[in-house]
Design a protein around this ligand. Structure first.
Ligand SMILES: Cc1cc2nc3c(=O)[nH]c(=O)nc-3n(C[C@H](O)[C@H](O)[C@H](O)COP(=O)(O)O)c2cc1C
Length: 191
């Protein structure tokens, strides 16, 4: 097996390797939404993950230069919208494609409000309405811990992931079919 293992004391020298290592990590794509009324915005993230089931809580890492950051810090509530494979357009808008800002990013999709009042995406795989429990500012980013106060889950459909700098659809039926084609038969299951 070919592997690259380097031990370098200088953190700057490690950055290219770090970037290429992180490109190997498959990330589910979500959109964080913040603000209420006219002052709404949001951003595409792949850093969202589950923190705990009891209490239901999530963790997400946000760049403190992002336009969402001051609003999230002030309002202390946010939405986490887990995107379906056919929502690449939403992901691109909230990544700032075409220079879209603030409320412009919400155009072309349907949004609703639940408990906290932040916009939640209709048709997302799941939406989590969250109150900020804790913020840890570290390096360029803020690690935000969200306490989930409302959940909507859609019927199962393909998920949107990001891998090696590209969007990838993850479809349970398709991928199970492909896996079956490659899998070695289990002798215990064959007569
Ligand atoms: C697939 C994908 C995943 C991203 N994940 C994150 C993330 O986890 N944290 C983050 O701070 N920015 C992330 N970004 C970048 C932000 O979406 C982008 O910088 C942000 O929307 C721009 O902020 P702005 O509102 O200041 O324009 C990601 C971008 C893409 C395309």
């Amino acid at each position: 097996m070919n592997s690259i293992i380097r031990h370098m004391p200088d953190a700057t020298a490690l950055q290219p390797d770090f970037r290429s290592a992180m490109r190997q990590l498959v990330g589910g794509v979500s959109v964080i939404t913040v603000g209420r009324g006219d002052e709404v915005t949001g951003m595409t993230v792949s850093s969202l993950s589950s923190l705990a089931v009891d209490p239901p809580s999530i963790i997400v890492s946000l760049n403190r230069n992002a336009s969402s950051w001051p609003i999230l810090q002030r309002e202390r509530v946010f939405g986490a919208n887990l995107l379906a494979a056919d929502q690449i357009g939403v992901a691109e808008r909230f990544a700032g494609k075409g220079g879209l800002r603030g409320a412009e990013r919400f155009a072309g999709a349907e949004w609703r409000r639940r408990v906290t009042g932040v916009p939640l995406l209709v048709g997302a795989l799941a939406t989590l309405d969250c109150e900020v429990e804790e913020i840890i500012e570290r390096h360029s980013h803020a690690i935000v811990i969200g306490k989930v106060v409302h959940i909507d889950v859609a019927p199962q459909s393909a998920a949107l992931a990001y891998w090696h700098g590209s969007y990838v659809g993850v479809d349970r039926e398709d991928d199970l079919g492909r896996l079956a084609a490659f899998s070695v038969p289990d002798p215990r299951l064959t007569p």
